[in-house]
Design a protein around this ligand. Structure first.
Ligand code: ADP
Length: 169
């Protein structure tokens, strides 16, 4: 069975991420979309909330499983018995960082884990989680960037940030 892992922060998940998920899911028997539980970052959504959002967004894609992980990605790949990582490439600015990560992961795994890049669909080449957060911070219209069900969830977080300075409220 051909399996791959698409890891990321997905904070918040955008149509750009969903596009990569849909395309990768057609290439593999199973695609594991996995949220990095990074305690060092202060995210908008908790790891569990991001998992829930991804589950809802991918509920129609039967070969997609959503999970979370912490620690080294290659160790997680080993635990899942997966040898392929999927990453998206938007522009040349992504390339250097992604190349370094891909090579590091190959070294760390003794050539056991390879990275496959999907280039962005032109419709989403400009789209990033940080721009979605910036637009949301100023009450902008998010409908072209994230699925409809996610919009009130993002707005709620920014309401809490405005009131208490904290997305947890
Ligand atoms: P990171 O995992 O680097 O914290 P993200 O969670 O935003 O960042 O992204 C996860 C993966 O999805 C990365 O490979 C990133 O390049 C890719 N990605 C993000 N936005 C898009 C987009 N609009 N089109 C294609 N790929 C994207």
């Amino acid at each position: 069975m051909k399996k791959a892992i698409y890891p990321g922060s997905f904070d918040p998940m955008t149509y750009g991420h969903l596009d990569v998920i849909k395309r990768a899911s057609r290439m593999f028997d199973e695609l594991i979309v996995s949220v990095l539980d990074n305690k060092a970052k202060s995210p908008l959504f908790s790891t569990d909330e991001r998992v829930k959002i991804l589950c809802e967004a991918t509920s129609e894609l039967k070969n997609v499983r959503v999970d979370q992980f912490s620690g080294l990605l290659v160790d997680y790949c080993k635990r899942q018995d997966v040898h392929i990582i999927i990453r998206g490439l938007r522009a040349i600015t992504d390339f250097e960082y992604e190349l370094q990560n891909a090579q590091t992961n190959r070294k760390l795994s003794d050539d056991d884990v390879d990275t496959i890049f999907l280039t962005t669909s032109l419709d989403y080449s400009y789209l990033s989680s940080s721009s979605v957060k910036e637009i949301a911070a100023f009450n902008g219209d998010l409908s072209q960037f994230v699925p409809e069900f996610e919009i009130p969830l993002i707005e709620e977080k920014f309401k809490k940030i405005r009131n208490t300075g904290n997305p947890e409220g």
